[in-house]
Design a protein around this ligand. Sequence first.
Ligand code: MCN
Length: 818
Amino acid sequence: MTQVAEQEAKRWVGGGVLRKEDPELLTGQARFIDDITVPGMMWISLVRTPVAHANLTRVDVSAALKMPGVVAAFTGQDLASEWASAMPCAWPIADRVLPEENTADPRIADHWPVAKDKVRYSGEIVAVVVADSREHAVDAVEAVEVDYDELPVVTRPEEALADGAPLLHDEFGTNRMYTWGFSAGEVDRIFAEAPVVVKQRYYHPRLIPNAIEPRGVLVAPVSSQGEFTIYSATQIPHILKTLMSLVMGIHEGKIRVIAPDVGGGFGSKLNFYAEEAIAVAVAKRLGVPVKWIEERSENYLATIHGRDVIQDMEVAATEEGKLLATRVKLLADFGAYSQLVTPGIPLLGAWLYHGPYDCQAYGFECTGVYTNKTPTDAYRGAGRPEATYAVERIMDALAKRVGKDTAEIREMNLIQPFTEAKTVASGLAFDSGDYPASFNKAKQLAGYDELRREQAERNPAAAADGRGKLLGIGFSTYIEMCGLAPSQVLAALKYGAGGWDAATIRCHPTGKVTVITGTSPHGQGHVTSWSQITADALGVTPDDVEVLHGDTAVSSWGMDTYGSRSLSVGGTALFKAAEKIRAKAKRIAAHELEVSEDDLEWADGKFQVAGAPDKTKTIPEIAFSAWTAHALPGDEEPGLSATAVWDPPNFTFPAGTHIAVVEVDQETGSVEVVKYVAVDDCGTIINPMIVDGQVHGGVAQGIAEALYEEAVYDDNGVLVTGNMTTYRVPSAAELPSFTLDRTVTPSSTNPMGVKGIGEAGTIAAPAAVVNAVADAVQAVGVGFVDLPVSAERVWRAIQAARGDGHGDVDQLSEGGAQ
Ligand code: MCN
């Protein structure tokens, strides 16, 4: 931490300040996109293909045009002239054409907002209907006639790579989008010589984000000016504005994007969507405001999906279980097109496949594949839950192989505490960490030794009996990386944007403060956290601070909210802007108090003359005199405001240990999480209550991923889990009360020492829960379980282990640690 940070009075930072956002949310006064209405507004409804792969031989909207209230209807061909370019892929990972290492461009197919001649996944848009009400628009969709000349469908990545597989994009001659990889150290030699090698294949299922508020967009044009105001339920108003300008060929200055209150995103609203471009195109064509609100069933089909990765994981170790090297090969099913950052998602985990453990060498390779399914992209954790899952599952397999306890194998391999950047085997420089501290704390909170004693008594008897609940204990000792940065490194990774963010502070003559941030919260509580940072830095209260965000006309500079970057990047920009304010205020205070700046110290939220504590100046006092500008020193400009842009020198690396304790009912296979302990380290804490809330939400999502959630397609490419009865999202009733704690290892990459927390729970929880289930069912001879450990799968695995012939060998008992 810098000296300045240490000097902070910390009156508000670190305190559990209640969320300023909540009163309007709790009293129904928040304004979501569907609450916004503009005079003369028309409604859009979309015709989506039910067929996963087909040539479009006829799209006829003439009958729809005759339906009540319909004002227009368009096919893909009708709107084709509106697009200046296809929808963007902002992270086109190089195709290394391994093993030759010749670098080529990845095969990124053109992705148009409305299909023109071919459809490639069920749910793709084939026509657009515009009517005077939502009901009229929805009714008219039924009248659009589409003829499909069906093509063979491929829904599994291994099959998509096979010779003769149906091609998604004929022009490439293959369904392989890219293969990308790297290695560090003597991986092959170590694997060849290691006394112990453990290999396992894990499948991370396809997941469907379910934000409470579905997507939606409203476009209000000012036709005479060629201007468009786009209200969108988005996480990325700034990025959307730039991309919309490119796709529509509209001057960026003519586009204003407003993200009103947004009801969750979890990565799914970090995208450029067809519906947003269509709404702009229709508003432009018709010269009227238009609105589209996603149906829940559309959310399942047309909002991006996440994960869907096969992971072949290997570790090399000594006979005692000391890690020597790790190596992984991924096969990522990207679906039918690249969305905004689809190709890059596996890279967010690419350097993390040795977790927080010490080893000497490292290998990573990912092949991304097109299939006839909804495109995948960033879903909470993006790349890091996959890495954590593979590493933490294989650590348990290694423990078993070398005859060690699952705690002991971790303890002996954890990287020891460090406070300055440390380069690890994959080549990353972790910022700071004390992994043994969070591990020990979690073990203690869980009562680990006692749990193992209970298990030793309970499980053998229950297994012999064939009845009763088996106890299982699972660890997830995770490391992750947040806050993509710095911009130069992102350039090397072909990421199409910078890693910086911006903040402006304006001190009003009344003593109140306005903060303008480039981040775009949609549930994370930035208004509160940013108010706390500002209050401490300027000696005001959080209530004195107003935080503005999510409107590009107000906050023109920003990189938005994703990747748990907002605090470490946007919050640091704010901290830096406050330092600028304090520097100017100090010059003015010294002038007014007729002392040298060196005689002033910042204490108790104000400037004091050293040795004369009654001679003080507060920032509000200085803001007033800077506004009147009656007696400013030298050539000081009037007013007290500052902007800072922060481009961090590195990622931040939050880490921690989660422990799940489960009971598995042998007779039904159902799993109950009876205890869940999470000890996270996200550096300095700004708001402990918000941090706890983030962990709660993240762990709930991770437990759901472990136990319930999986998007399933049939062989025709039809999504069979297309609603909330078939795709199971848990309620509070399915979840235990979580035991949360923390360790604090300040980050060495930013002056506040903060690291991200927005994804940690989702990253850690799946491995903890599945390890716990595996730990329980080994008592009845089950060798292997994988995501999701649903009751049916667990039951089948138990039956198979008992030789009852019910086993779903393919899913559950295949392989086992070798
Ligand atoms: N915080 C803190 N101290 C820390 C770290 C964070 O007080 N050491 C606070 C921050 O001030 C902020 C919150 O915790 O109020 C989250 O900060 P951060 O970790 O920087 O994450 P972001 O704000 O960038 O949020 C993005 C992250 C991601 S990537 C997903 S996905 C996600 C998540 O946040 N989606 C969410 N949390 C979500 N929460 C809600 N309610 N809805 C979503 O869609």
